[in-house]
Every structure is written in structure tokens, then in C-alpha cells.
Ligand binder design. Structure first.
Ligand code: HEM
Length: 498
């Protein structure tokens, strides 16, 4: 049975969705929630029939949306841990499996492939919302392929995610080590199984990092994974209790993330996946933040000087503990919530308009600036399911250590959601306004454009942005893409009938 994808606030037990959620892979509508994962990038060998047979059998092991929910209940009630599994295919994967073209997903960026799209530099970032109907353009992400790790430069047909949590009521360090060991064993087993049908191109190891409060953080030390589009009643209920929705509504209709799977039947849906290995230069970031704080203090002559951590909050748009900087300026950052917008901060005097969370979710800024309908701005949203990789040292002595984010986003349209966000918002000096500058966290200029210096508020909320003199300081370049691919996460019933 097909359903109306305009719906949101879905009860996971809704009988109308039972069929769909039996075949829809997990981790799409709700995060799988495990702290440890392995990402196996594979390339099928030449025999399409053998490969199809293997995928068909493996489909039985993939965790569906419903199964994920059952596992979660079992974990909460009985403490039983379950292995979580996703499988996704790239365009070359569909080709290698000799799937009939009528069954291929149709997204243009998916069909082009990430490295193919990244091959050529383009020098004209799109300036505003009005020019959004273009075809995928050459290198919209401003990737530099010479930075890519060799495995990502080769053909990748598919990605298998294995994820496992730590056992409850055991010492954390012991439980983490046990989960890692368990996953290593699973990878070994799967490698043997795959030997006849596919080569493993690379295995990426993901692990969640947490702060003293147990909140998930990324390598710069900021709480991550706070604001995401929500689809399920249970998730929305949680957000409602954690601040309400009167300033920002996190609900999203299913068509933000789900599309019909052309390979399946009426109850088959899937989602497009953007995968990017993003290395973080932690030492470089914090050294530059100290310089930024020093510059703001020097120009403003503030009686209460700001520190690097505050400068970091100006870059991210949230403090390390997750508190939105648009909401609070003094110490005692205890709120962690998502019910805010920038209506009282139009000029970015509290939260700079170039900050990461404001560039990636402008919360009405495009309505004010371009008269763009709020539904369009909200339709750009992506579902983030990334996980950190590498060393857990948050204060390394060297720059560019082996540490970063295995960024993974889900969406219904790669070009209109992820690419638009990265290209037209983060990488664009002129979004939201002329000379706003890049997103200080993830903005990348084209080789021919220089990042414009961003303008920083001298003091929280102070109406002195362009004052005499303004604080201008260029901040970018501490996140580097090391490779990635576009995938489709098909319905399980499509895979089962291969
Ligand atoms: C939010 C860090 C890459 C899109 C955030 C937050 C942090 C963060 C700390 C705030 C907490 C939250 O709301 O979850 C990072 C780091 C990255 C990275 C360290 C790279 C290493 C990206 C990329 C994109 C992106 C490449 C897309 C182009 C978003 C979005 C939000 C967000 C959409 C939520 C904004 C909101 O709804 O308010 N990120 N991020 N991030 N990030 Fe990133």
C-alpha cells in the first residue's frame, strides 16, 4: 500500500505504515543510536548473477525500520544488544548488479556520482534562491580530489554499515572495547562471506564521542546531533517536552527523506545518502579561535574579554554544551534545546549570519532576505546520521591528525537538499547577504574565489556590527573532504527480489 508522504508525526505502530516500515531500512526516520560502527565500502566482482544472489540473501539481515524499533524496545527492557545493518548502492552498484534501468533511482547527482561531479572546478557559486533550478553543476562542493584518500578515488559499488552499542550496566571503557571487538569479528565474518562476490575497498571505523554529561560531541568539542528533522510521534514528543515548538518546528514530512523505490512494489521506499569523510584540523581550529578572540577583544576594547571558546560558539552558532548563542549570552549555559529562531537577531548581532547552524538552517532568514516561502527553506533540510572517526584526543599537538566526521546525510533529493546547502549556503560568500563570508566550519571557496572575511559582533547583541571599526576576520579551512560517494538506500523487498 502506498501512502501520502506529506504526513509527519507518524506513530511507528500505525497499521497503515506497517508494510512500508517492514521494508524501509532503519536509520532513515530515526537514528539507530549505536555508539560504534564499521562502514564497509565494496566493489562487486564481475559476475553480476553471483553478486545479486549474495545481496538477495544478505537482505534478510538488513535492519528494517520496524525491526530497529523492536530492537530498541528489547534493549531498553531487557538490555539485549543487537547488531544493526544497512546496505546501500551507488549508481555503479546498480550497474554491477545488472539491475534493469527502469528500476534505477533517478536522482541526478546520484546518477552522476560524487567524484565524477567533483572532477571539474566551477567558479560561479549560485548567488541566491532564484537560481536554484540548474542542473547539477561541475564540482558544486568545491572538492579537491587530490585530497581524497586513494580508496575513495576508486569505484565504489556499495556501502554496508554495521553498528553495535555498548552493553548497559558495565563499565563504559570495558563496554566500548567489547563493542569494538564484536564489530571486528563481524567484519571478519562478512569479509569471508564477501570474498567470492566483492572486494572490500576500505573499512571506516566510527565511534561516538561524549562529553562529561554524556552528550554526543564532535572533534572540536561541540555537542552535535541536536537539530534534525523529526518524523515520528515519539521523537516529536521528546522535542516538545524539551522546549516546545512555538519558535521552531522540527517536524518534517516524510517526503523530506523518503522516495518511492523504483525497483520495488507499492510499499517500497528508500532514501538517498550523501557520505563524506571530513577530516578536522583540531589544533588549527583552536589556534585560529584564539586569534579571533584576540582580534575581537582588541578592536572592541570589551571590558569583559571573550575567550576562544566563545569565539567557537560564534562560529558554530551554539556553545560547546549545545546552547544556541542566539538565545543566551552570559555564563551558565545549561539549556539544550531547539525551539529558537533568528527573528530577534536579524542582523546577526547575537548569532552571526555566517555561523554553521545559521547557514545550514536559516530559520526564516531566506524569507526576510529573498521573500522565499518558508516551505522552500524547510525543504532543504537534511537528516544527519554521521559519526566521528579517529583519535579521541580533543587537544592534539599536531594539525590535521587522523580525526574527523564520517558525515552521512539522508534526503529525498541530493541536489535540492545537501548540495544546495553546501554549495549555495555554506560555500557562498554572498549568502545570506553580500560578503557574509563562508560557513566558518565547513565552507570551502572555489579555487578562484577568496573567502571573504566575516564580520563578528563585538559584544553579544550589541548594535555595533558595522561600527567604527567593525571586527572583520577570515575564518575557514579547518575541515577537509577526504572522499565520499552518493548512494541510494533501497527498500529491503527490492533487494530480496534481485
Ligand atoms: C549542526 C558540527 C558538517 C549541516 C551542527 C552542530 C555542530 C556541527 C556542532 C550543532 C549541533 C546540532 O544542531 O546538531 C559539524 C562539523 C562538521 C559538520 C564539526 C564537519 C566536520 C556539516 C556539513 C553539513 C552540516 C557538511 C551540510 C552541508 C548541519 C546542519 C545542522 C548542523 C543542517 C543543524 C542546523 C540546525 O538545524 O540548526 N553541525 N558539522 N554539517 N550541521 Fe554540521
Amino acid at each position: 500500500m502506498s501512502v501520502d508522504l506529506n504526513q509527519t508525526n507518524i506513530d511507528i505502530d500505525d497499521p497503515n505504515f506497517k508494510h512500508i516500515f517492514t521494508h524501509l531500512q532503519g536509520n532513515i526516520l530515526k537514528s539507530h543510536g549505536r555508539d560504534h560502527s564499521r562502514h564497509l565500502f565494496i566493489k562487486f566482482k564481475d559476475n553480476a548473477e553471483n553478486s545479486r544472489k549474495w545481496v538477495k540473501a544478505f537482505a534478510d539481515k538488513i535492519t528494517s525500520t520496524l525491526e530497529q524499533e523492536n530492537q530498541s524496545t528489547d534493549f531498553k527492557k531487557n538490555g539485549n544488544n543487537h547488531l544493526f545493518i544497512n546496505l546501500m548502492l551507488s549508481r555503479s552498484g546498480y550497474q554491477a548488479l545488472a539491475v534493469d534501468k527502469s528500476q534505477w533511482p533517478t536522482d541526478k547527482a546520484f546518477l552522476a556520482g560524487m567524484k565524477e561531479l567533483s572532477q571539474e572546478y566551477d567558479t560561479t557559486p549560485r548567488l541566491d534562491e532564484k537560481r536554484q533550478h540548474h542542473h547539477p553543476k561541475a564540482n558544486p562542493l568545491n572538492d579537491n580530489l587530490s585530497d581524497w584518500e586513494p580508496p575513495f578515488k576508486s569505484t565504489i559499488d556499495g556501502l554496508i554499515i554495521l553498528a553495535y552499542g555498548r552493553q548497559p550496566s558495565v563499565d563504559f571503557a570495558i563496554a566500548d572495547a567489547a563493542a569494538e571487538q564484536y564489530l571486528d569479528k563481524q567484519v571478519d565474518q562478512l569479509s569471508c562471506e564477501l570474498e567470492a562476490v566483492a572486494d572490500i575497498i576500505t573499512v571506516q571505523h566510527g565511534h561516538v564521542m561524549r562529553n562529561d554529561q554524556g552528550q554526543v560531541i564532535e572533534h572540536f568539542g561541540f555537542v552535535d546531533g541536536v537539530s534534525n528533522p523529526k518524523f515520528l510521534f515519539s521523537d516529536l514528543q521528546e522535542d516538545f517536552e524539551n522546549g516546545g515548538f512555538n519558535h521552531y518546528d522540527p517536524s518534517a514530512s516524510l517526503h523530506t527523506v523518503m522516495v518511492k523505490d523504483p525497483g520495488g512494489d507499492v510499499s517500497s521506499y528508500g532514501s538517498y545518502v550523501v557520505y563524506r569523510k571530513l577530516q578536522q584540523n583540531i589544533k588549527g581550529f583552536w589556534d585560529r579561535l584564539a586569534l579571533l578572540a584576540g582580534t575581537i577583544n582588541e578592536v572592541s576594547g570589551n571590558s569583559e574579554p571573550i575567550n576562544a571558546e566563545y569565539a567557537g560558539a560564534l562560529c558554530v552558532g551554539r556553545f560547546k554544551d549545545g546552547t544556541p548563542i542566539s538565545e543566551q549570552a552570559t555564563n551558565g549555559w545549561t539549556n539544550l534545546f531547539n525551539n529558537f529562531n533568528y527573528d530577534d537577531d536579524i542582523n546577526g548581532l547575537r548569532c552571526p549570519i555566517h555561523s554553521h547552524v545559521r547557514k545550514t538552517n536559516p530559520r526564516n532568514d531566506t524569507l526576510r532576505q529573498f521573500n522565499a516561502p518558508p516551505t522552500i527553506e524547510r525543504s532543504r533540510r537534511i537528516v544527519r546520521r554521521g559519526i566521528s572517526y579517529g583519535s579521541t584526543d580533543l587537544l592534539p599537538e599536531d594539525e590535521w591528525t587522523d580525526a574527523g566526521l564520517l558525515f552521512l546525510s539522508l534526503q529525498a533529493n541530493i541536489e535540492q537538499q545537501f548540495i544546495f546547502m553546501q554549495n549555495t549556503w555554506c560555500n557562498n560568500n554572498n549568502f545570506l547577504k553580500k560578503d557574509t563570508g563562508l560557513d566558518p566550519l565547513v565552507g570551502v571557496p572555489t579555487p578562484k574565489t577568496k573567502p571573504a572575511a566575516q564580520t563578528w559582533p563585538k559584544k553579544w547583541g550589541s548594535n555595533d556590527l558595522t561600527g567604527n571599526p567593525p571586527v572583520t576576520f577570515e575564518f575557514s579551512g579547518f575541515v577537509k573532504n577526504r572522499g565520499g560517494e552518493y548512494f541510494f538506500m533501497p527498500s529491503i523487498n527490492f533487494l530480496k527480489q534481485l
